[in-house]
Design a protein around this ligand. Structure first.
Ligand code: AMP
Length: 515
C-alpha cells in the first residue's frame, strides 16, 4: 500500500511522520499481552483517525474531549487530531461526570470520547454542550473504533493539515489544587520544540526501548514520554498502568524509564530490584513531584545508577533537567533547558540577588499560549516582557543549578513571618525514623496561620511529637517550628505523585480552633 507523506508544515505530526517513515516496520508500541504496532501502522492508522475525525465534522481548531483508558488507540486519536488540525483535550480518568461537565462546558468540544462504561453518565453532558458522543476502551473497542474501521479505504491516507507553530494542538487542564482548573493552551511549536530538546538532552535514539507506565492524560506521559520516543524513532513498551511486577517483567527489554517519585519508591520496596535486574538501563528519569534525597541515595546504592531528576509543568512541558553526563544532584532539578530563559524574581518581578529564594519565571519556545478563555488569569501570570510566573519558589546557585524550595501558594505566613514548608520538611525528613513529611499552615487565632507537620514514620518507629519538636529546636528558628506534629500512615497524593496539601489543610483546619 502506498502512503502519502504528510505536508511539510509546523504541524507536529509532520515531524513524527518523517521519523515514522524512516522506521517503517519497526515496532513503535508494544503492549505486553495485546500486540504490537509498527511505525507503518502508526502512519496508516493515524491517517484513518484523522479521516474519521473529519467525517465526524471536526474542523481545524475544533476540540475533541477524551476521557478514556490508556491504549495505543488513545495515542492514535491524539495523532489523528494533530493530522486533522483539531485540538485535543485529554482528561484524567478519575474525574467524575460533574467535573467532565465543567471541562465540556468550558471547552465546547465537537466530539466527546469516553470509556464505554461512562457513556450513559456522560450522554447528558454531551447533549448539553452539543457534542457528539463516542466510546473507546482499553482494548481498542468502542463506537469510535467502529467508526474508524467503517471508513472506506480510499480515505485511509488523508494528508496532514498544514498549520503554523502557534496553532493550538492541545488544551491540558491544570490539576486545579487551588481554585478553578484552567485550560493551558499548547501549540504545535510548544510541543515539538520541547520534545526535540529532550531527545537531544537525554540522548534518545532509535535504539532505545522506553518503558512507559505513566498515565497518558497528563503532560508527563502523553507529551514528554511519548514524544521523546516518537521523535527519536524509539520503541515504547506501553503498560496500562504502573505495576511493580509488570515493570520488573519488562525491564530486561528496556533501555530507558520515566517515572514519578512514587514509582521509584515502589521499585525500591521490591527486594529483587537491584543491579542484576536494573543496571542495564541507560537512564532513569524522574519528575512531576519532588524526589526525596533518601530515594535518590537508596536507588544509587541499589542499582549503581543516579536518577536523572527534571522539572516541568503543564504550562511549559519541561523547564529544567539534571545533566545526562554531568553531576546529577539529589534535591536539585538541574539547569534550565537549552532555549529556556529563567530568572528568580520577587513579587514585583524584579530579579533577586543570586542565591536568594524567589519565584521562578520562565520564557521560551515551550511556554504555552495562555489559559483557554481566561484572558485575565493569563494576564495575571505573565509579566509584560513575556515571562511566565511559575509559582514555584526556587534557589539558583552561581552555576545556574536550580533547587525547588516550595510553591508560592504553599507559603505559610505565621506571626508576620514568611515560612517555606519545604525547609521544615527537609529537616524532618532527615530524622532517622522518618520516611517523609508535609508541612502546612492552618488558621491560628493569634498568628494568622500556625505551622503543622504531618509525618510518616518508618515501620516500627516510636518517634513522638515531642521528639520531633525537640529535634527541630536546634535546627530551625522558633517561628518556623511546627506547633503541632501529627503522624499518619501515608500522605494523600494524586495520580502524578503530588502531595495534596489542600486536603491536609482541610483535614487539620481546626487544629488551633479554626482561627
Ligand atoms: P503539573 O502542571 O501537574 O505537571 O504540575 C507542575 C508542578 O509540579 C510544578 O509547578 C512543580 O510544583 C511540580 N513539580 C514538577 N516536577 C517537579 C520536581 N522534579 N520537583 C518538585 N516539584 C516538581
Amino acid at each position: 500500500m502506498t502512503q502519502h507523506s504528510a505536508t511539510t508544515s509546523a504541524n507536529l505530526y509532520a515531524a513524527i511522520d518523517a521519523v515514522a517513515t524512516a522506521q517503517g516496520p519497526k515496532p513503535c508500541w508494544i503492549v505486553p499481552g495485546r500486540g504490537s504496532w509498527s511505525f507503518d501502522d502508526l502512519r496508516a492508522q493515524s491517517a484513518r483517525q484523522a479521516a474519521a475525525l473529519r467525517a465526524a465534522g471536526l474542523r481545524p481548531g475544533d476540540r475533541l474531549l477524551l476521557q478514556a483508558e490508556k491504549s495505543p488507540e488513545f495515542v492514535l486519536l491524539w495523532l489523528g487530531c494533530l493530522r486533522a488540525g483539531a485540538v485535543f483535550i485529554p482528561l484524567n480518568t478519575a474525574y467524575t461526570a460533574a467535573e467532565v461537565r465543567y471541562f465540556a462546558l468550558d471547552s465546547r468540544p465537537r466530539l466527546l470520547v469516553c470509556d464505554p462504561k461512562q457513556a450513559a453518565t456522560l450522554a447528558p453532558v454531551a447533549a448539553e454542550c452539543g457534542a457528539r458522543l463516542h466510546t473507546l476502551d482499553a482494548q481498542g473497542g468502542g463506537s469510535w473504533s467502529d467508526a474508524v474501521a467503517a471508513l472506506p479505504a480510499v480515505t485511509a491516507h488523508a494528508n496532514c493539515e498544514p498549520c503554523g507553530a502557534d496553532d493550538l494542538a492541545a488544551i491540558l487542564y491544570t490539576s486545579g489544587t487551588t481554585g478553578r482548573s484552567k485550560g493551558a493552551m499548547l501549540s504545535h511549536g510548544n510541543l515539538e520544540s520541547n520534545a526535540r530538546t529532550l531527545v537531544e538532552l537525554w540522548r534518545f535514539t532509535a535504539e532505545d526501548v522506553l518503558l512507559h507506565a505513566l498515565p497518558i492524560y497528563h503532560v508527563h506521559g502523553l507529551f514528554i514520554a511519548t514524544h521523546c520516543a516518537l521523535l527519536a524513532g524509539a520503541s515504547t513498551l506501553l503498560l496500562p498502568r504502573f505495576d511493580v511486577a509488570a515493570v520488573m517483567a519488562q525491564l530486561p527489554r528496556t533501555t530507558a524509564f520515566m517515572g514519578i517519585p512514587t514509582y521509584y519508591v515502589r521499585l525500591l520496596d521490591e527486594p529483587t530490584f537491584g543491579r542484576d535486574t536494573a543496571s542495564h538501563l541507560r537512564v532513569y528519569i524522574c519528575g512531576s513531584a519532588p524526589l526525596l534525597p533518601a530515594t535518590f541515595a537508596q536507588f544509587e546504592q541499589r542499582t549503581g545508577q543516579r536518577i536523572l531528576e527534571r522539572y516541568g509543568m503543564t504550562e511549559a512541558g519541561m523547564i529544567t533537567s539534571n545533566p545526562y553526563d554531568g553531576e546529577r544532584v539529589a534535591g536539585s532539578v538541574g539547569f534550565a533547558l537549552p532555549g529556556v530563559s529563567v530568572r528568580v524574581a520577587g513579587p514585583d518581578g524584579t530579579e533577586l540577588p543570586q542565591g536568594e529564594p524567589g519565584v521562578l519565571e520562565i520564557r521560551g519556545p515551550n511556554l504555552f499560549k495562555g489559559y483557554w478563555q481566561m484572558p485575565e488569569k493569563t494576564a495575571e501570570e505573565f509579566r509584560a516582557d513575556g515571562y511566565f510566573i511559575t509559582g514555584d519558589v526556587v534557589t539558583q546557585d552561581a552555576d545556574g543549578r536550580i533547587a525547588i524550595v516550595g510553591r508560592a501558594k504553599d507559603l505559610v505566613i505565621s506571626g508576620g513571618f514568611n515560612i517555606y514548608p519545604k525547609e521544615i520538611e527537609l529537616q524532618i525528613d532527615a530524622l532517622p525514623e522518618v520516611v517523609e513529611s508535609a508541612v502546612i499552615g492552618v488558621p491560628h487565632p493569634d498568628f494568622g496561620e500556625g505551622v503543622v507537620a504531618v509525618v510518616v514514620r518508618r515501620s516500627g518507629a516510636t518517634l513522638d511529637e515531642a521528639q520531633v519538636q525537640a529535634a527541630l529546636h536546634e535546627r530551625l528558628a522558633r517561628f518556623k517550628q511546627p506547633k503541632r506534629v501529627f503522624f499518619v500512615d501515608g500522605l494523600p497524593r494524586n495520580a502524578m505523585g503530588k502531595v495534596q496539601k489542600a486536603r491536609l489543610r482541610e483535614q487539620y483546619a481546626m487544629t488551633f480552633g479554626g482561627g
